[in-house]
Write a new protein. Structure first.
Length: 259
């Protein structure tokens, strides 16, 4: 049986590919495989992960028959709790996460994208939370994570209209980090992710932890934790080695191993 998710290791980078074209729909099987792939990343962490998709589009959304199968609100909540766990686990990964959007990216795929640290897109990419067409609101954290990036007003517009927005618009909203030409996109995103993986990934994990505190309680909560988090990096080989390299050879000469 063909798999919906593929996880490859390329040196220090893991590449998680959504591989169920032509629509890459969210199904119970895709959810199971995605959860297993995330489990592999949790158990054997790379230094960065790139999430991408095969086919003409990233995803056309959720297989609506999955919703039709829910017989009650209680049953639906069980499903939605399982779905929400996917982007939550991605957001909690202690290394850089990059999402690559080369085409249409709807509902669950967008919600996974905004759970990642960095979103890279082509000029032709389009994004949408279109759950309104079935009388639903997004359930995988996309609304609130979009609000964290773009503000509550933009999140309300995005969800309530159910419209699709191009990469340039979402870059202006501070949702998409960078927009690349279609030609060479895969090479560009792999190079971007590899650059993150070659950096001080323990420090990147610390940055994620600081910003997690900021998202939870603002500057005050982040300030309560920043000195402990930063001080902990003095137990890493990367910091110790980079400081010695700086003193001996100047800036930009250090190499990092993630230890």
């Amino acid at each position: 049986m063909a798999t919906s998710i593929r996880l490859d290791r390329e040196d220090d980078v893991a590449v998680l590919t959504i591989a169920s074209p032509p629509l890459n729909l969210y199904t119970a099987e895709l959810q199971r495989e995605l959860g297993e792939a995330i489990g592999e990343l949790e158990a054997t962490p790379p230094r960065a992960v790139l999430i991408r998709a095969e086919g003409k589009i990233v995803s056309g959304g959720v297989d609506v028959s999955l919703f039709d199968a829910q017989s009650s609100a209680a049953e639906a909540k069980v499903l939605f709790d399982e779905m929400l766990a996917i982007p939550d686990r991605i957001a909690a990964l202690p290394f850089p996460t990059v999402f690559a959007a080369h085409g249409l990216c709807l509902t669950w795929a967008f919600e996974v994208a905004v759970a990642c640290d960095i979103i890279l897109a082509t000029e032709k990419a389009k994004f949408g939370l279109v759950e309104r067409v079935v009388g639903l609101t997004p359930t995988m954290g996309g609304t609130q994570r979009l609000a964290a990036r773009a503000g509550v007003g933009r999140a309300k517009e995005f969800v309530m209209t159910g419209a699709t927005y191009d990469a340039a618009a979402l870059e202006r909203w501070n949702v998409v980090n960078r927009v690349f030409p279609v030609d060479g996109f895969d090479e560009n995103v792999r190079a971007f992710t590899n650059d993150l993986a070659q950096g001080p990934t323990r420090a990147h994990a610390a940055t994620k932890k600081v910003l997690e505190h900021y998202e939870h309680g603002g500057v005050a909560e982040a300030n309560e934790h920043i000195t402990t988090i930063a001080a902990g990096l003095f137990d890493t080989e990367d910091l110790r080695g980079a400081v010695k390299s700086f003193l001996a050879d100047g800036p930009g000469k250090a190499t990092f191993t993630g230890r």
